[in-house]
Unconditional design. Structure first.
Length: 152
């Protein structure tokens, strides 16, 4: 076969270290644009991005040669460096170690994009930790509660 064709969609979630409410409404759009640039420069497709002061959701279309761990390392390292250089926070900004990545079928893209776009409404009813545990359960991912989040 001469060409490679694929459809790989992922819903990725990651948190601010200690789940601190560090992402301000004043600069979150700039952060999302910065992260969009990282994803675009890595030749991947950002479908939507949104979050809350303590975490971010991203819907990605990725190519088969994308190493997700490397992409997430680059997003988190470069965006935290950018946030610190801009002095958007009083303390040194850091992302929590790790991330959640959940595969999405073509038929669910619109639903997941709407879910991500409406984070503020969703989190009026549910905490990030509860949301994240619900994802792990829905995708039947084994986890140990004591390793989910670091408070420091």
């Amino acid at each position: 076969m001469a060409n490679t064709y694929s459809q790989i969609y992922l819903h990725v979630v990651f948190a601010v270290k200690g789940r601190r409410n560090s992402i301000s409404k004043n600069w979150k759009d700039e952060l999302y644009k910065y992260i969009t640039g990282i994803i675009t420069n890595k030749n991947q497709k950002l479908m939507t991005i949104n979050g809350m002061p303590d975490h971010i959701h991203i819907l990605l279309g990725i190519k088969p040669n994308c190493n997700l761990s490397d992409l997430m390392r680059d997003i988190k390292a470069n965006s935290s460096k950018w946030i610190n250089e801009k002095q958007f926070t009083n303390d040194k900004f850091k992302w929590q170690t790790g991330f959640g990545a959940f595969s999405i079928s073509q038929s669910q893209i619109k639903n997941v994009a709407n879910y991500i776009d409406n984070q503020e409404t969703h989190h009026a009813k549910k905490s990030f930790k509860d949301e994240y545990i619900d994802f792990l359960k829905a995708y039947k991912i084994d986890y140990r509660d004591e390793y989910l989040f670091s408070e420091d």
